[in-house]
Design a binder for this molecule. Structure first.
Ligand code: AKB
Length: 343
């Protein structure tokens, strides 16, 4: 009898996994962290590009949506630490997909490790529980931060050693594991990518190790000296925001039967050290001035991260392919920042 019950449960989980995956349509989406660096652009992209979708812009007090983000669709207070509040939003809007973008970035998480754990792990558990009960798909990004000093730094494989030493990294590996657990155990359709440093002219990142690669563009366009917190020779994977957003959308719409991995896929677009970025910007703004003042916390984190990731699994399993390299990104960043800053 026990044996039959186990077989029955296994079949039920399998059927649930594949029905959930196949039925996902991204009609009613909740973006948690909708006013942050990724969320502000992702919310607008899905609203614009997925016909018939309703995208609820989830926010926390003090980070309310404004302007187009507020006016183009519904918004709701969505604190990941409030399980009942999340369940109410999922119920009210019949949410089928959650993008969980609530996180403290790497440098801030080192200053506030308990808060980082609370948001990144207890928050995730609340989301996964709602997802399990209501059949919701969940995207919770991981990062190059999920790797550590023992990870092979060049051509970092999809499946490799992940022993990060920062709190951000610890929460990112745990996010991957917990998300996979909910998929294998309960059939929750969890999928994710490992984002590189993301570069955008729309919303500034806040407290990451890769932020320098955004901030230098602002200094260049404003003709101000840039003080670089990362040492010369430090290679890290980076990506232009349009590619990152496309990855987040494409992965959630990918055919589940092709996915051998779930949480989370390496995705890569470019890798550079600070000098290479500055040299590229100087091709367009020769007056760029840079001084190094290395931040030991950020530098230690950067040293433990990959130089460049191997993203062949993402390419094979859901046709990932970036559109922007360093040159295309630099031209686009400068053009848009000049408009944004009225220069
Ligand atoms: C950070 O620097 O903390 C983030 C990341 C790479 O995850 N941008």
């Amino acid at each position: 009898m026990d044996f039959l019950w186990i077989i029955y449960k296994k079949i039920a989980i399998f059927v649930n996994q594949y029905l959930n995956c196949l039925l996902q349509s991204m009609k009613n989406v909740l973006v948690i962290g909708s006013t942050g660096q990724i969320g502000s652009e992702l919310t607008m992209k899905i609203r614009r590009e997925i016909p018939g979708s309703t995208v609820v812009a989830g926010y926390i007090p003090g980070a309310e949506p404004k302007g187009e983000l507020l006016e183009s669709g519904p918004s709701a207070l969505a604190d990941v630490r409030d399980a009942a509040g999340l369940a109410a939003i999922v119920e009210q809007y019949k949410i089928d997909t959650i993008y969980n973008l609530a996180a403290l970035l790497s440098a801030v998480a080192e200053r506030k490790p308990l808060l980082a754990w609370d948001i990144q792990m207890n928050g995730l558990l609340n989301i996964l529980e709602v997802a399990r009960e209501k059949g919701v798909a969940v995207f919770t990004p991981s990062s190059i931060g999920s790797f550590g000093p023992e990870t092979p730094h060049d051509g970092t494989p999809q499946d490799t050693i992940q022993r990060p030493r920062s709190m951000y990294g610890v929460t990112k590996v745990s996010t991957e594991l917990l998300s996979d657990y909910y998929f294998y155990k309960y059939g929750v359709d969890t999928r994710a990518v490992r984002f590189p440093g993301l570069i955008s002219y729309v919303t500034l990142p806040g407290g990451g190790t890769t932020d320098y690669a955004v901030e230098v563009y602002y200094s260049a366009v404003k003709e101000e000296e840039f003080v670089c917190p990362i040492a010369p020779g430090t290679y890290m994977d980076m990506m232009y925001m349009p590619d990152a957003l496309q990855a987040a959308v494409n992965l959630m719409q990918a055919d589940p039967s092709r996915l051998r991995h779930r949480n989370a896929f390496n995705i890569a677009a470019m890798s550079f050290e600070p000098e290479q970025l500055f040299a590229k910007i100087r091709e367009y703004i020769p007056s760029l001035r840079v001084r190094y003042e290395v931040d030991p916390v950020r530098q230690a984190i950067a040293n433990s991260w990959p130089n460049s990731m191997d993203d062949s699994c993402a390419r094979e399993e859901w046709d990932w392919k970036p559109s922007y390299g360093l040159d295309e990104m630099t031209r686009d960043m400068i053009k848009h920042l000049k408009i944004k800053l009225g220069i």
